[in-house]
Design a protein around this ligand. Sequence first.
Ligand code: F6R
Length: 589
Amino acid sequence: MCGIVACFSREDCYGKLLAALRRLEYRGYDSAGIALLSAAGLSVRKRAGGVGNLAGPPLPGETGIGHTRWATHGAPTDVNAHPHVCGKFAVVHNGIVENFAQLKAELIAKGETFRSETDSEVIAHLVARAYEGDFFAAVAAACGQLRGSYAVAVLCTDRPGEIVCARSGSPLVAGCAGGALYVCSDVPALGEDACFCAAQDGEFIRIEGGVIRFCGRDGREIPKTFTRASGGGCAEASAAGSFMEREIGEIPAALSRTLEGLRDFDFAPCARAMRGAKNIFAVACGSALHAALAFKDAAEEEAGAPVLCFSASEFRSRAPLAGRGDLVVAVSQSGETADTLGAVRLARSRGAYVLAVTNVAHSSLAGEADLAVFMRAGPEVAVAATKSYNCQLLCLYYIAAQLCYYRKDRFPSYFGELFRLPEAARAAFSAFSAAEEIARAFRDAPAMYFIGRGKEARTAAEGALKVKEIAYLFAEGLPAGELKHGPLALVEEGFPVVALSTSRALLAKMAGALAEVKARGARVALLSQYEEALADPAVDFPVRLPALCERLMPVLSVIPLQHLACRLCLLRGFDPDRPRNLAKSVTVE
Ligand code: F6R
């Protein structure tokens, strides 16, 4: 989604803004722009396409704003790119102005002329019309008219050296790094050795006189503490490979960090909710939803606690279900996903207790939940979730174990095995050569199925999502038992099927499904830790997984699938880190 950055630097402000925009690229975008303010006034450079298109002689000035835009209102063109300028003001915006049509009509009726099709341009006009000599008051008045979500940064030609920023519903952090002051969408944009502080909804950040100040709409200062970002810098993609490949390689280390955090985590504050929740819900989107479904499996089977699992957008679309006495587990890598946040707000407004699982300690989700578990996966730059998914699973299996403890007075039998996960994940890398072979065999297929049974049905869905999003190959993940109810119709000579079979009790049933697809000519890959499953004559591509207790196998079985998706993507000539149409942090509904 869009990323914003504001910078005050006496040296090379333009270069610093460009570098920050590059560090925001992972969020996903399709146009970019920069405005700098100098004694000569505003200079703006904005273009459709990548940040690289902004190259050219540096724009002059010590104060500037920049933007990466992920098109919502209006195509990704030069004109629709931010910053938007109106009179003395230049504005960058992340979010959606829901009442923009009405505001735009009112502004046009008052004589304003619009250049772009964006919702964001209304903000520049509103600020310009509200301005009576007080820059901050004009931004505050404009923000007061906006409905929807926004993080904005504004320059004013009357006030060189000043930037006014505001947050409502979209993330915004202030920080210092390398002698410059910044306000931006997230911590990785700050680069190495940064100190930062996140804004809360309704807060403003001002850069003025070489200092950063937080304040409320009335201008009254809000005291804040800045924290050093821990490894918060965004790693640069090395010649050795894409971010996605490196992030898959980091899975064992990330799982170790997750375990360290969980060991010290105090679940006592949610003991009451764990013990006595009337209903337990799990809400999330995308990959995090697949992890939430794995939580449902574990909580129901191990703790005997039924869990209602919802896509966060669906949870919001239905009559509110959760209320007082209920526990809602919300899962989000970024902690900024609009639908997940919306579901959490809805649940909390109805009195439910929210336990969040997120990778970003200063995220909105962490701030709004009653208690937050941090995954500690480290920054994930590639758009497709990989290491964060494995760490989410680990957190959620850990939470299911706590649920079991609070409800049954004992930990489930898999609890001790959780601590073997880092080593077992490393062992799962030995399946990469088999995944490579499968990728070469299936690279030109028009579509493929991923099938699993029980807990591996979630892994099948996750494998299919990865392939769709980065290899642009239609893939469906489904419970193997569903094949006969429709999907089998598509299976013909050469159709690729990737199956997961990691439960001994279900081996025979999976063998039946494989026989069905093989009889219709499918090419079959099978992932299992069981030799008898791998030796099935229906299997063309056996993928051997390391042995671990069955409950935890989804943490391992997904790893070769992540690698398979990445290899398919590269073989088909695409960039795994920046899939088309997608964004890392989905901050709009
Ligand atoms: C898939 C993927 C997305 C995210 C989803 C939720 O690879 O990355 O499906 O899982 O957008 O994002 P978070 O976890 O940040 O809420």
